[in-house]
Write a protein of this length. Structure first.
Lengths: 293, 419
């Protein structure tokens, strides 16, 4: 009887691993296809799509597509721009949105429920629908820079960063998380004479790793994948981000697929690095959200 | 003290003078990342213009082609258009109508000898001029036609529609090729209206009624258009050509590796064919389906933006570019067709006896610009979808009627597009 139970447990474990491996394969294969294809000439790449060879480093393998891709477009500039724009936006978002959420959850002020409801309502508005009025505004906004007062934000880094700092989703995530923090901690801190700023900095934020990771990853992906907005507001090549750079590899008729795959592989590296660095807290956040749900 | 300040001001002004002498002109160009000589030649053109005079300094900004039109639209909205615009010929009327561009204002007499597709006209005025044009041809091998006893057509005596269809069936029945004809169905986008609307026009139809530009009724769903649609669908049903699922790699290499016998392709793809087949390569005129052989015309051109504060400078740059030496240089570098016969004579490929000489003749004799209307950019998309649907088996009349209705609704929504 004990042996049967042991066998069942072993079978269940094997089935579980088999399922997990299958899921892992489904998720990994597109990345594998991209990386392997980036090493092959176009003709071979297209021919290999009909078989498992597409996922293997076989045939005429070289880094030629990478050299050609770097020749075709200033990839380093695009990646640096995206990392800078995305990094700055993520940091500022975490700061501004967590502060806003802190205010919604812990401070008492008139009308905060109404304001929070309005904020939630913005979640259903796709960014693309407000791009045109946003573009018109951005083209007329003042800025005090090194050359004094300037009118118009187009063709700058700031126009790619500032409009995306505050967003309803990030505030909502922080609010939900802050609501589940023990109120006793906050009240004890107040009794001890801590200021609200100190409570935010020393009590709330150190306890908010999972939601910080979640908000950061979501914002990172949104910003890193930006295409339409930078296309509309940036004309100078020197400040273009990676997704607009993808256009350098297509014209009306021909697509150099090997170079496209090489470019995609290069620009995927920062995303993977960022995700892997926050993976543990992100999973903890998702898991804890599941428990609450 | 005052005298010192005055002296200092004079010194500063003196130092600043050379930098301020040339007024900056912005130029937007669509070819970022193009892996051919075109971008380098545009840069060389700008450098030589800047060095040739002391009034203007052109500064170029390049964009990826697929993003270019959207970037221009956004810039127009924000009031940030450059001085000089690079514009695709069939798109130009839309930009002129939308107020993005102003008439070029150059002496039209200087354009008399240009290929028609290189001049962009809207409402009777020239808005843009191109340094090159493109042409398509039925590309094949003399040995292939001879093997199946098919006549080699000429500009004066192209294949008739029936003759062409019979030739395709003969080749198909031989079983020597996967398909007798490659239309380039893998190339979605502007290729469809550019390459296929001339076939419709040869049947007697069109994308839009060019007498009014207010409706497609009767031209896109009339008897001629239906005959075209049925012939078009038959090509795929009878396995005469690969359909919309065609592999892009086969489109690029299918003629060269023997997958297809005949390829409907542009002069930009002609040099590899010449290199592969030598004297055996043939570039043939479009079949005549009853209303003459027709191919599409117009490629990228230069124009002046409506908001340019220095149209004189923009015009000076474009006039500088309109020289035979530049036409020849672009043609030699890119393989595209120079706009004048005199420039063609100085090129490696289009001079008498050159490998691509035939394309100049095709462009001169058969090119028809796409509908000159601001609504073309929408109509092209609708036409493309209709052709894809018909190729995929949709009812011909239903598909064409739907396209006509959609085109009509768009024209109405835009108050007739200024015609």
């Amino acid at each position: 009887m004990a042996a049967v139970s042991h066998d069942n447990r072993g079978l269940r474990l094997a089935a579980r691993y088999a399922a997990l491996i299958l899921v892992a394969i489904i998720f990994i294969f597109p990345l594998l296809f991209m990386a392997m294809s980036s090493l092959k000439p176009d003709q071979q790449l297209l021919n290999d799509t009909n078989s498992l060879r597409a996922f293997l480093p076989v045939g005429d393998i070289s880094f030629q597509n990478y050299w050609d891709a770097f020749d075709r477009a200033p990839i380093g500039v695009f990646v640096l721009n995206s990392v800078l724009i995305t990094g700055a936006t993520v940091l500022l978002t975490l700061f501004v949105c967590s502060l806003a959420a802190f205010s919604f959850v812990f401070l008492d002020w008139k009308g905060k429920e109404v304001i929070f409801s309005i904020l939630l309502a913005t979640l259903i508005i796709p960014y693309e629908t407000i791009f045109i009025p946003l573009l018109l505004m951005a083209s007329q906004l003042p800025w005090i820079g090194t050359e004094g007062l300037e009118i118009g934000w187009l063709n700058t880094y700031r126009v790619q960063i500032i409009p995306f700092i505050a967003d309803g989703l990030s505030i909502f995530l922080f609010v939900q998380y802050f609501r589940d923090l023990p109120r006793e901690l906050i009240e004890a801190s107040r009794v001890e004479g801590a200021s609200w700023w100190m409570i935010y900095r020393k009590v709330v934020m150190p306890l908010s790793g999972p939601v910080i990771a979640t908000a950061a990853i979501l914002k990172f992906l949104f910003m890193y994948n930006q295409y339409l907005w930078p296309l509309m507001v940036v004309q100078e090549e020197a400040i273009r981000p990676v997704m607009v750079g993808l256009g350098y590899f297509t014209d009306q008729l021909n697509v150099p697929w090997g170079e496209v795959m090489a470019y995609l592989t290069v620009i995927t590296v920062p995303v993977l690095a960022f995700y892997l660095s926050l993976q543990r807290v992100f999973i903890a956040s998702v898991a804890s959200t599941g428990v609450k749900g | 003290m005052t005298r010192n300040m005055t002296l200092a001001a004079i010194c500063v002004a003196g130092l600043a003078a050379p930098a301020a002498a040339q007024t900056e002109l912005s130029l937007w160009y669509h070819g970022a990342g193009s892996a051919n000589a075109e971008e380098a030649l545009v840069n060389q053109l700008v450098e030589e213009f800047n060095a040739s005079q002391s009034d203007w300094q052109v500064v170029i900004e390049t964009f990826p082609q697929l993003a270019y039109n959207d970037a221009v639209g956004a810039a127009a909205l924000a009031g940030e258009l450059p001085d000089i615009l690079d514009v695709d010929g069939p798109v130009m009327p839309n930009w002129a109508w939308a107020g993005y561009m102003q008439p070029l204002g150059i002496d039209e007499a200087t354009l008399e000898d240009y290929l028609p597709g290189t001049i962009g006209r809207w409402n009777g005025e020239v808005y843009s001029v191109g340094l090159w044009d493109a042409a398509v041809a039925m590309t094949t091998r003399r040995s292939t036609l001879e093997a199946y006893g098919i006549r080699v057509p000429t500009l004066d005596a192209p294949w008739t529609g029936d003759e062409f269809t019979e030739a395709l069936m003969t080749i198909r029945d031989s079983g020597d090729f996967e398909y007798p004809l490659d239309l380039g169905m893998a190339w979605r986008g502007e290729w469809y209206p550019y390459a296929f609307s001339p076939l419709l026009q040869s049947f007697g139809g069109d994308i839009i009624d060019r007498s009014t530009y207010q409706s497609a009724e009767g031209v896109l769903n009339g008897d001629a258009a239906i005959a075209f649609g049925e012939w078009w669908q038959m090509l795929f049903q009878e396995n005469l050509a690969p359909g919309t699922s065609q592999d892009a790699a086969d489109r690029d290499a299918g003629l060269l590796n023997g997958t297809y016998a005949i390829s409907w392709n542009g002069n930009w793809a002609a040099l590899p064919v010449v290199e592969a087949f030598g004297d055996d390569a043939l570039f043939l005129p479009a079949p005549d389906f009853g209303n003459g052989s027709v191919i599409g015309g117009a490629s990228w051109q230069f124009g002046v933006s409506a908001t340019s504060e220095n149209p004189d400078g923009a015009r000076a740059f474009i006039e500088f570019a309109l020289q035979d030496r530049w036409f020849s240089a672009f043609s030699d570098g890119t393989g595209l067709i120079p706009p004048t016969a005199s420039a063609a004579a100085d090129t490696a490929n289009y001079a008498a006896g050159g490998a691509l000489e035939v394309f100049y003749g095709l462009s001169e004799a058969q090119a028809l610009v796409r509908p000159v209307t601001p609504g073309y950019i929408v109509q092209a998309l609708i036409f493309e979808n209709a052709l894809a649907d018909i190729a995929n088996g949709a009812d011909v009349l239903d598909a064409l009627d739907a396209a006509v209705d959609e085109i009509g609704a768009d024209i109405e929504a835009n108050d007739g597009y200024g015609h």
